[in-house]
Design a protein around this ligand. Structure first.
Ligand SMILES: Nc1ncnc2c1ncn2[C@@H]1O[C@H](COP(=O)(O)OP(=O)(O)OP(=O)(O)O)[C@@H](O)[C@H]1O
Length: 223
């Protein structure tokens, strides 16, 4: 589903964030991405979602070369990728319902189609009864579950999360990782960047490890 071939990224100022990164994540797989702070995890995810452009190498998503995607084609790619952020990125003045509905509103769905999809997504993350609340009254774990519902509401084949449990305690982090695992069991391909080595070990999925922009110890051939 995602293939990186010899991908490098040099930021202005000549900082080399990624060096010749090679990996393949198959459709239906769940994979963790780990590494020290500054190792290049966020950069890798930004390249996979076309938020940044690679300096060299090739990136494919579902068989399509997205390395130098024309800007007008980026929105179509993003519709196929649900993105979950560490800081949730919820709109504070909108209800839980409106936050989750946002990707469908942007895609131009009619309200009668939006409502059942939003409620179904909230049901999957266990927050259907909170749909009228403003995000601020929810706990951190609940806010992240709203972020996950928003990421999955248009049923993307790929879910990408950048440190989704970075602001949560260990118990809530485990719940969030289990939620990703449930989406994976229902067929969604999942890629999660995380520092939480203990939890990653416990979950027992393939792990890609970055060190100073290079992929090390990835067990790519053991899938
Ligand atoms: N827009 C940018 N311009 C210049 N340098 C950048 C930019 N974004 C990231 N970097 C640098 O690239 C390197 C990799 O950063 P990145 O954010 O990808 O690492 P990370 O593994 O996600 O780190 P963390 O776990 O701390 O979030 C770092 O040295 C960072 O300072």
């Amino acid at each position: 589903m995602i293939q990186f071939s010899q991908v490098s990224k040099v930021y202005p100022g000549r900082h080399q964030a990624l060096q010749k990164v090679d990996f393949h994540i198959k459709k239906g797989e769940m994979v963790f991405l780990t590494g020290h702070s500054g190792a290049g995890k966020s950069t890798l995810l930004r390249l996979a979602t076309a938020m940044e452009r690679a300096s060299a190498g090739q990136i494919e998503f579902a068989g399509q070369n997205i390395t130098r995607l024309a800007p007008r084609k980026i929105p179509l790619l993003r519709r196929k990728i649900g993105i979950v952020f560490q800081d949730y990125k919820l709109l504070a003045d909108r209800s839980v319902f409106d936050n989750v509905a946002l990707p469908l509103v942007i895609e131009g769905y009619a309200f009668r189609d939006i409502k059942p999809r939003v409620l179904a997504a909230l049901d999957k993350v266990g927050l259907r009864d909170k749909y009228q609340c403003l995000p601020a009254i929810l706990s951190g774990g609940e806010q992240q579950r709203v972020g996950i519902a928003r990421a999955v509401v248009n049923k993307p084949p790929l879910l990408i999360a950048d440190e989704p449990t970075g602001n949560l305690d260990p118990l809530l982090s485990e719940e969030i990782f289990k939620l990703f695992s449930e989406f994976n069991h229902s067929g969604v391909t999942v890629l999660i960047a995380s520092h939480d080595l203990a939890l990653i070990k416990q979950m027992d999925y393939r792990t890609l490890t970055l060190h100073e922009g290079r992929l090390v110890d990835s067990q790519e051939h053991t899938v």
